[in-house]
Design a protein around this ligand. Structure first.
Ligand SMILES: [Zn+2]
Length: 308
């Protein structure tokens, strides 16, 4: 099961308690994937590819209108790989009543957006259940709700904005897609819709990903430092061997000789560690000063400019 399916199944189990929110959620599913049909508008259909969502639609309808005649139709595609479930409200009176409740001007503002925050959250949940999808966070952060209707895409965007959610709209193959790419924004929306286990899963992946990135950055940084130390030590060893071959280490001053011998015995030690091996102990900068003198001597013997 995809992460999208898991989220949809979780949201299909969330049943809002208030009547206003139940209507708002059904309205979203009707607006995104529903129709008023028949010569006398005697059918009101809700379509959804998920039987779990169809069951929720039926539950919400039965809770709101206990005597409403309904019917559930399932149509499988020829390949039988996909299916479409339709929850149909039967009869002109029933369909008319549901439709009127959807358009109730006392709960909506002039652009059809529910006035109450609880209902706007329910509307987004319904919209996601109808036409939403979310990518597995292991891959990338992406949540979207698609529709063919410009007004609906704008309405979804406006509702999101009213709940402080940042989203965008893009066009794809004749559809308008309201989408989110920011991990935190997706988490906020999952929270507002009530998808708490999906949110936890999403957050866990996000934390793991952040940690992995941090560790990689640290490891890269550490490796670079080690590389630098080893490279410098190799150059110092070359200098010392060169001096030893051409004039012998005995020709160096006793202080330089000591540094050279300790370095030869400890090829991988850092300058600070070399300082601690000296008798008496020496600071890192003291060791560095002597190492530079050794380098100058070697360059001089090699006939090279000591600065290069
Ligand atoms: Zn409400």
């Amino acid at each position: 099961m995809t992460f999208s399916d898991e989220t949809r199944n979780e949201l299909a189990r969330v049943i809002p308690s208030a009547r206003c929110c139940r209507i708002a959620e059904l309205n979203a599913m009707y607006e995104l994937d529903g129709f008023l049909l028949g010569t006398n508008n005697q059918y009101l259909d809700f379509n959804n590819s998920s039987p779990v969502v169809a069951r929720k639609i039926l539950l919400l309808l039965k809770g709101l209108y206990p005597d409403l005649p309904t019917q559930v139709l399932v149509v499988k595609s020829r390949s039988r790989r996909t299916q479409m479930c339709t929850v149909r409200v039967l009869g002109r009176d029933g369909a008319g009543q549901v439709y009127q409740d959807f358009k109730d001007q006392s709960v909506l503002d002039e652009s059809g957006v529910p006035r109450k925050k609880c209902c706007r959250r329910a509307y987004l949940r319904g919209a996601f259940l109808s036409r939403g999808s979310i990518t597995n966070p292991e891959r990338t952060y992406h949540l979207e709700i698609s529709t063919e209707q410009t007004l609906l895409a704008e309405k979804i965007l406006a509702i999101m904005a009213s709940l402080n959610l940042e989203a965008g709209i893009t066009q794809r193959k004749g559809s308008l897609v309201t989408y989110m790419k920011d991990g935190q924004q997706i988490v906020n929306l999952l929270n507002l819709m009530g998808a708490h286990s999906s949110l936890l899963h999403f957050e866990n992946v996000r934390v793991m990903k952040d940690m992995r990135n941090q560790i990689n950055r640290l490891v890269n940084c550490e490796t670079a430092n080690v590389d630098k130390t080893v490279k410098a030590a190799m150059e110092q060893l070359e200098d010392i061997r060169l001096i030893d071959e051409i004039i012998g280490l005995e020709e160096l001053s006793p202080k330089l000789q000591e540094v050279a011998k300790v370095r030869l015995a400890n090829p991988y030690a850092s300058l600070q560690e070399l300082g601690e091996l000296m008798l008496p102990k020496m600071s890192k900068s003291g060791v560095n000063y002597r190492i530079r003198q050794i380098r100058e001597k070697a360059r001089e013997l090699d006939g090279l400019d000591p600065e290069s």
